[in-house]
Design a protein around this ligand. Structure first.
Ligand code: MRU
Length: 346
């Protein structure tokens, strides 16, 4: 995804392409290597795409959806079958492998549903493969377009001089497009508003320190990095105009699953009268779930808590928990920003 980012009179062009389809391969920017190195992976086997999603070489709900769709397209190219029925049976195994990677990101399952529909609609096997590659590209285009539009709606909520606290990473890296919460900030910056960002480091995997800081630096947007535990201090000092976060899955009643620590921020924001916004495309909504307590929460390895980038920080054998997401009840959310506009009532 090539982003044209015109601001303060200059036209700057940056390229952040976390996921791409290149000559029957999936190209991923390995986010585990950032910010130290920009390493691109060229994958030819859908199992490798699934592993890259599990290992968070590509991450962020919309980007996971796009990578999953391209992974399925790769899988379709790998399938050997005589009939459409045989092809579709084998394709189900590909859906299962891709679907068993990260359970919380709704966009992944939205993408799988679209790929299944495209396969069912297609004619013979030759047509099927092309249709699946085309559908994956369409999913990518749609996610990028939704994030561009929602960023525009969200930017209307920001004023010149605002300081926005954000959590995790929600920019182009996380969306294979413009960004969700960070997209709103980027858009407001493009409009010429002076916006400062307080970025939480986001333990355990440090997406804020490693990725959000990398993106904001690349785009010359002023920011300050804080530890997750400093958020309450800055709110109590009146230093935060609003909080904007992304979402991995949103239930029908407006409850939001997002990166662990989001719920804490929402409670703090309520206590300090700070508006708390969620920015997400409609592909993140799961209307089959009445409320957030039904959202599956991914549990990752305790090693991510007892170690930082492979270095132990706790005594060997320490017991640790690692839920990757938490659920923020809708009553703590001031508004949800989607490509369709800003919704304040749930
Ligand atoms: O575990 P991650 O890094 O995939 O989590 C990412 C987030 O929590 C984002 O806030 C979320 O996916 C939505 S923003 C694109």
């Amino acid at each position: 995804m090539r982003l044209r980012l015109p601001w303060t009179g200059n036209v700057s062009e940056i390229t952040i392409a976390p996921v791409a389809w290149r000559e029957d391969r999936v190209r991923l920017l390995d986010q585990t290597k950032l910010p130290q190195a920009e390493v691109y992976l060229e994958l030819e086997d859908y199992h490798d795409v699934a592993l890259a999603i599990v290992e968070m070489k590509v991450r962020g709900a919309p980007a996971i959806g796009v990578a999953g769709a391209y992974g399925i397209a790769l899988g379709a190219l790998q399938i050997m079958a005589e009939t459409k029925r045989e092809f579709l049976t084998k394709l189900e195994d590909v859906f299962t492998t891709i679907g068993n990677t990260r359970p919380t990101a709704r966009n992944l399952f939205h993408a799988i549903e679209r790929m299944r529909e495209a396969a069912e609609k297609a004619g013979d096997i030759a047509e099927l493969r092309g249709a699946l590659v085309d559908e994956a590209k369409a999913i990518h285009r749609d996610e990028a377009e939704a994030s561009r539009k929602l960023s525009g709606h969200g930017a209307e909520l920001l004023k010149n001089g605002d300081t926005v606290l954000t959590h995790c990473n929600t920019g182009p890296l996380a969306t294979a497009g413009y960004g969700t919460a960070l997209g709103v900030i980027i858009h407001a910056h493009q409009q010429g508003k002076k916006i400062k960002v307080l970025a939480t480091e986001t333990r355990p995997l440090l997406q804020g320190a490693r990725l959000t800081a990398w993106e904001l630096k690349k785009m010359s947007i002023p920011f300050t990095l804080i530890t997750d535990t400093m958020a309450g201090y800055f709110m109590s000092q009146g230093k935060v105009s609003c909080v904007i976060v992304g979402a991995d899955r949103i239930a029908a009643n407006g409850d939001v699953a997002n990166k662990i620590g989001t719920y804490t921020l929402a409670v703090l924001a309520k206590e300090h009268g700070v508006p708390f916004y969620v920015a997400a495309p409609t592909s993140t909504f799961d209307l089959s779930l009445p409320s957030g307590d039904r959202i599956p929460i991914e549990r990752r390895s305790p090693d991510e808590v007892t170690h930082i980038q492979g270095m132990p920080i706790a005594p060997a054998g320490t017991d640790a928990e690692n839920p990757a997401f938490d659920v923020t009840p809708h009553r703590l959310i001031s508004a949800i920003i989607t490509e369709k506009g800003v919704r304040r009532e749930f």
